[in-house]
Design a protein around this ligand. Structure first.
Ligand SMILES: O=C(O)[C@H](O)CO
Length: 308
């Protein structure tokens, strides 16, 4: 009985291997009151039209919301829940792991050890860059940027700097970070980590112009969204030695085709968008997404709701 009831009330795409095919989603969404989605689903006018006027609540299991057409949602009076905060620790932890993997060349090193490249101990072999006495730059200071800096501080970082649309003194004071211009961020950072959301303003913000101002000993890290980086410019900067290395957890597109030129570079570490992928965080994200949805359906304030 429970199952029959359940099936009448819910429709679940029960596969973690492939996203729901768009055609199927457009059919199944028809007439629903509420929808939970992840970042692989584009929630745009076409989908909202297919859902129709019953749809009152959308809950995305993500902190990012660049897959949602906020304007279209607002126009239709649809409330939107999302999942900030619960993933901050996991994303910050992975960012530190990716930074160290890139700067200390761990992927190259394990490859050499496994494939016979490990000869005698050599003075400059596989040397990288260390955090001690470095300047770490944060592009877009929010909860995640602060959490990354808090984790990096014990590595004896000398200075934290950040840029954003405007100074964020409250957050910056938590990590003693100095507000600088974009140009200063580029030229002073030994490690530059991107933590901003993808918006029309930040699209391709990490481009030739930024890379050309960076030191050729600096490491670029992105765990936000691939769209903030001009990947052709990044390839150029990495292959010409303009910058020392890059660690990316996000790309355009995702998955990044295995034939992509960035995969040919030893100084580029690419992860498949796993920053929040810990069991506890994904559980917390899904519980928050479900609770946001239920509260929205009851007409109550969601735990985490986007202001449209
Ligand atoms: O937006 C998000 O939530 C991350 O990219 C995936 O956890």
């Amino acid at each position: 009985l429970y199952q029959v009831h359940y099936r009448e009330l819910f429709d679940l795409w029960d596969s973690d291997d492939v996203p729901v095919p768009r055609k199927e989603l457009l059919q199944k969404v028809k007439g629903v009151d509420a929808l939970v989605c992840v970042l692989t689903e584009k929630i745009d006018a076409e989908l909202l039209d297919a859902a129709g006027p019953n749809l009152k609540v959308l809950s995305t299991m993500s902190v990012g919301f660049d897959h949602l057409s906020l304007e279209e949602l607002k126009k239709r009076g649809i409330r939107v829940g999302y999942t900030p905060d619960v993933l901050t620790d996991s994303v910050a932890e992975l960012t530190v792991a990716l930074l160290l993997t890139t700067s200390r060349r761990l992927i190259e090193a394990t490859h050499e050890a496994k494939t016979g490249g490990w000869g005698t101990w050599r003075t400059l072999w596989l040397c990288g860059y260390e955090l001690a006495n470095s300047t770490v730059g944060i592009l877009g200071l929010g909860r995640i940027g602060v959490a990354i800096a808090e984790r990096l501080k014990p590595f004896k970082v000398k200075k934290f700097i950040y840029t954003d649309v405007a100074p964020r003194p409250e957050l910056a004071s938590l990590i003693d970070a100095e507000y600088v211009s974009m140009d200063e961020l580029a030229s002073q950072s030994d490690f530059l980590t991107v933590c901003c959301a993808l918006t029309p303003e930040t699209k391709d913000i990490c481009n030739k112009d930024l890379f050309s101002k960076m030191k050729n000993t600096s490491i670029f890290i992105n765990t936000s969204r691939g769209g903030v980086v001009d990947q052709e410019d990044l390839y150029e900067a990495l292959s010409s030695g303009q910058i020392a290395g890059a660690g990316l957890d996000v790309t355009v597109p995702e998955p990044l085709p295995t034939s992509h030129p960035l995969f040919t570079l030893n100084n580029c570490v690419i992860l498949p968008h796993i920053a929040s992928a810990s069991y506890s965080t994904r559980n917390a994200m899904s519980a928050l997404a479900a609770n946001n949805l239920l509260l929205g359906l009851k007409g109550q304030p969601m735990i985490k709701e986007l202001k449209l």
